[in-house]
Design a protein around this ligand. Sequence first.
Ligand SMILES: *Cc1c(COP(=O)(O)O)cnc(C)c1O
Length: 239
Amino acid sequence: MIDSKEGIKISIRDNLKVIEENINEALIKSGRESDTVEIIAVTKTVDIDRIKEAIDLGLNNIGENRVQELIKKYDILGKGPDYHMIGHLQSNKVKYIIDKVKLIHSLDRISLAKELNKRAKSLNIHANALIQVNVAEEETKFGLKIEEVIPFIENIVAKFENIRIKGLMTIAPFAENPEDVRWVFRSLRQLRDKIANEKYPNVDMDILSMGMTNDYKIAIEEGANMIRIGTGLFGKRNY
Ligand SMILES: *Cc1c(COP(=O)(O)O)cnc(C)c1O
């Protein structure tokens, strides 16, 4: 990754090239040459001009973790890119984004599913969502435990017909050496395979959203087909 130490402008183009090479390498390494990996450009704290630059480079999937920031960017950039809600979503904020996002990566509780279903139904649309799984059971992170996921999905399938479950998402614990969290990605992929076998209505397990700047190569080796990259594209965030 190329970072801005002395105020040198970070080249999103150069960073993207490195990431694309790494993606290809990881796909080859894991025997998935014919697969593709979608990059979600995580644009939290990134200003509009830089986001436009990314979009011009073909990064058409924008990930935000806060409703307010997502709406702000949507108001300026409009319907062009596809928007992904990747952060914790409060039920009372669903109404602001339900018609704007392509995919919600953070479905993790029935109260949220209920609200998503209600709002989607009133607009006569479907809410597309990934189930967020807290594989490592970190107290600081949101998401269901592995053993909670199948009962949760069965509950949703039974009750909420305007929700489409598209796969699973996880955030691995930070690790200096990403090899240390390979098991997290592997566990999520195994869970995905298990659920896919059940063939629930309105549920497909097409998407495995896992891997961030620090660990996306390992995540891809374990089956990720959607990665969420912020720092690796735009440089360090200034909060
Ligand atoms: C910020 C964020 C990312 C991107 O993290 P980087 O390490 O900057 O690539 C990915 N996923 C979620 C849920 C995030 O909040």
